[in-house]
Ligand binder design. Structure first.
Ligand SMILES: [Zn+2]
Length: 197
């Protein structure tokens, strides 16, 4: 809880949360349609860069795209004691199951990569469990695959080891990719400087 850099705690809540986004039932899936729906350009950029830099992230997205789960991504301002991210089951319609992933505002970009991957691992866990069709069955499933991270008056939050691992792995792959790119840029800068001499 107090490890501030990344603390994924109340990730899955079945509290009565009103989703303010209006979700329509989609038509039949087309082969290339992404099931990850960013609701702001910044989040789309986060998804795109994660996919470019991290093989583990791409694998997660493939798993979700191959399923009936559609993920809406939103930024959300959690309270200071709140979680960094959260997945909420929104509903089912037209043969699809819809979940909402909220990414906490005010994090560094490098932490956003971890939070996004962590929550998409939860989305993949939902995708792998057809029995999840509402908040109650979500809680029931997570009681078997996860552990209670937090419990309070109006809800319960679950966590899984797999989500923590996915967040760390993707973040590490992205950091390595950025470092490699920076090293290559430095090397090409150095060789350009040499060529001028
Ligand atoms: Zn989690």
């Amino acid at each position: 809880m107090l490890i501030k850099r990344i603390h994924h705690v109340a990730t899955i809540a079945f509290a009565a949360i009103v989703a303010t986004t209006s979700l329509r039932a989609d038509g039949p899936a087309s082969a290339n349609e992404s099931h990850i729906r960013a609701t702001t350009p910044a989040l789309q950029a986060l998804v795109d860069e994660s996919g470019e830099r991290s093989p583990a992230f791409r694998a997660l997205v493939e798993q979700i795209n191959a399923s009936d789960v559609v993920v809406y991504l939103k930024y959300y301002l959690f309270s200071p004691a709140g979680p960094d991210g959260r997945l909420i089951f929104v509903g089912t319609a037209g043969g699809r199951r819809y979940v909402m992933v909220q990414i906490g505002c005010l994090h560094t970009r490098v932490d956003e990569f971890a939070i996004l991957a962590h929550e998409l691992q939860h989305a993949a866990e939902v995708a792998a469990a057809p029995s999840i069709v509402d908040a109650a069955s979500l809680a029931q499933h997570y009681a078997t695959i996860g552990f209670v991270a937090r419990q309070w008056q109006h809800g319960i939050a679950f966590e899984t080891g797999a989500a923590k691992e996915a967040g760390s792995l993707v973040q590490q792959e992205i950091i390595e990719s950025i470092r490699a790119e920076e090293a290559a840029a430095r090397a090409s800068h150095a060789s350009a400087a040499t060529a001028r001499n």
